[in-house]
Design a protein around this ligand. Sequence first.
Ligand code: HEC
Length: 140
Amino acid sequence: MKINIRKRIIVKSTLMVFAFFYATLTFAQHSTPWNVPEAAKLKKNPYPSEEFSLDRGKKSYKLDCIRCHGAGGKGDGTSSGKLEKTVADLSSDLVQNQSDGELYWKISEGRKPMPIAKRTLTDDQRWDIINYIRTFKKTQ
Ligand code: HEC
């Protein structure tokens, strides 16, 4: 009988310790700033935002980004509910106020659960996607 109580206490405290670490980890993920090197921020998009680039960007976006970020970039794609993090809203000022270079760097490097796009997309494809996601900007 006594042993059982002790066991229960051990199990409960172990669970509490795990819950605490899990919460800390989740909190840390949300609050970690995503620092982009200054030089990367200044990189210019080699492609003007013209039909050709936008069409190509849209195609790549549909293949590689839409499942998380959604058709309008709001972060409401079909996979978004299954992730441990909130998917960024690409139409938000927070994203739209960043330079092309900054977005390019983030997309290229990725950050879990977002994949590392430089492994799967060419430079051109990534710059075209940036032109395309600029079309999500809210117009007021
Ligand atoms: C598996 C889901 C997933 C896919 C696929 C994905 N993303 Fe993301 N994306 C995320 C999540 C989650 C975040 C937030 C990451 C963070 O803050 O650590 C994010 C963040 C971003 C950001 C940064 C926003 C900020 O806070 O500055 C940009 C830009 C972005 N994604 C664009 C894209 C583009 C473009 C693609 C396609 C090439 C893509 N993502 C594919 C899930 C995804």
